[in-house]
Design a protein around this ligand. Structure first.
Ligand code: FAD
Length: 415
């Protein structure tokens, strides 16, 4: 076992959250030793690009690094490449798979997640791809180039971004979605509809209310996808886009509570006061006991910034307005706030540009935009400031949210 180095802050995971907290600590003047344990064989990189630019033909030589080559060394951040295998809370230390060991005063778990596997026969066949890491994206780019019939399982953000990349290559693309519309968990039917229309216009076939029951191989590689509705779709590439599982095992094995993520309070602290969890791996319990886990860059980096201040003495709870984006071919989908199925909606639409305002008890709680970045940005400021903009104001077509011309407005229920 390696000699134990002592760090003021030890960070496990070199993704967006891990890199941000290391940077924020130094920016805020934290002077003690910071060790960032990066579990991947690459310098920390930008994950959203993996389903966007990294799938372009032109991306082979592109650098997706989050920070420059000397960023960490120049700030006195020790970045080590290792996978942490064990956490020992009694000795305040972690041990890597290769036996190296580090001690900490504060530990930050920023371990992200991994793609959810599909529990069907054939899911392990060659030609079944998932997308979480840079290596996954590089392999997928090559596979997209070679494939003719591509079946994407899951009509969520990642599946649809891959669908757009595949359709741009004029491949035959089918998306199989288990529910009755795209991105159902996170957007209103208005956005699902405009996004579905767009993908269809690119030649993508969308199958709703169907479920994959088997991936059938031919000669050891994927050949077809079978569904519960009795379809057999020819496929030489299958892409899984069925969600993510939080990497919470390190914490769980060390006796920390988990609930589809590492449970933290509103300061992002686990039940062990010396240990925080941030980003995709963190499940935040609010005052009412409800648990939320967000998978977004905004959430990972804002939580990281917040925990940096907590380590330096801030006692405020974490609070930020969530926002998210997804680029699908010519569509830019942006969401700010968190909508619920019961929210009232006000829709402004102008051609291919759409914004949906979600209201609860007359208060604006979320805005979903498609190709309407101006409204998204203004909406972000409105929601961040907590300004009250009620349904009647928004429903007023003359109300100039973005200093743009008035648009057609429909008011209805979100379902
Ligand atoms: C293809 C794709 C596209 C996306 N697009 C968008 C988008 O458009 N907009 C958006 O807001 N969000 C997007 N997301 C989500 C966003 O990337 C994540 O929310 C964000 O990366 C979370 O950051 P994180 O640091 O918590 O986790 P990650 O970025 O997953 O980083 C966690 C790191 O921890 C490492 N790790 C795990 N266990 C260990 C261990 N035991 N030891 C050492 N290291 C370990 C992992 O290998 C990984 O490098 C996308 C995600 C994917 C996969």
């Amino acid at each position: 076992m390696g000699a134990a180095g002592q760090s003021g802050v030890l960070i496990v995971g070199g993704g967006h959250a891990g890199v941000q907290i290391a940077a924020s600590l130094r920016e805020a003047g934290y002077a003690d030793r910071i060790t960032l344990v990066n579990g991947e064989p690459h310098r920390p990189y930008d994950r959203p690009s993996l389903s966007k630019e990294a799938l372009d033909d032109a991306s082979a030589a592109q650098d997706f690094s989050l920070r420059g080559e000397d960023f960490f060394a120049s700030r006195g951040i020790d970045m080590v490449q290792a996978r942490v295998a064990r956490l020992d809370r009694d000795s305040k230390s972690v041990v890597a798979q290769d036996g190296r060991e580090w001690r900490y005063e504060h530990l930050v778990l920023a371990t992200g997640g991994r793609p959810r596997r599909l529990p069907v026969p054939g899911a392990e066949l060659a030609g079944v791809a998932e997308l979480r890491s840079l290596d996954d994206a590089r392999a997928l780019r090559v596979a997209l180039e070679a494939a003719t019939n591509i079946v994407i399982i899951g009509g969520g953000f990642i599946g649809l971004e891959v669908a757009a990349a595949a359709a741009a290559r004029q491949r035959h693309v089918t998306v199989i979605e288990g529910s009755d519309r795209l991105m159902k968990r996170v957007v209103t039917p208005h956005v699902s509809e405009i996004v579905a229309d767009y993908h269809r216009s690119c030649g993508v076939e969308l199958h709703f209310d169907d479920r994959v029951t088997e991936i059938r191989g031919r000669g050891g590689v994927v050949g077809a996808v079978l569904t519960a509705e009795g379809e057999e779709l020819a496929a030489d590439l299958v892409v899984l886009g069925v969600g993510m599982v939080a990497n919470d095992e390190l914490a769980a094995a060390a006796g920390l509570p988990t609930d589809h993520g590492i449970l933290v309070d509103q300061q992002m602290r686990t039940r062990d006061r010396a240990i925080f969890a941030i980003g995709d791996c963190a499940a935040v319990e609010d005052e009412s006991g409800r648990v939320h886990r967000l998978e977004s860059i905004q959430s990972a980096t804002d939580q990281a910034r917040h925990v940096a201040t907590t380590i330096l003495g801030n006692t405020d709870p974490y609070s930020a307005t969530p926002w998210f984006w997804s680029n699908q071919g010519a569509l830019k989908v942006q969401i700010v706030g968190v909508g619920n199925p019961g929210d009232r909606t006000v829709v402004r639409r102008e051609g291919n540009r759409l914004s949906v305002f979600c209201l609860r008890h007359g208060r604006l709680v979320a805005i979903e935009s498609v190709n309407d970045p101006g409204t998204h940005m203004v909406g972000r400021r409105i929601l961040e400031r907590g300004e009250v903009l009620d349904e009647h104001t928004l429903a007023d077509g003359d109300y100039d949210l973005r200093q743009v011309a008035k648009r057609a407005v429909r008011v209805g229920g979100r379902s």
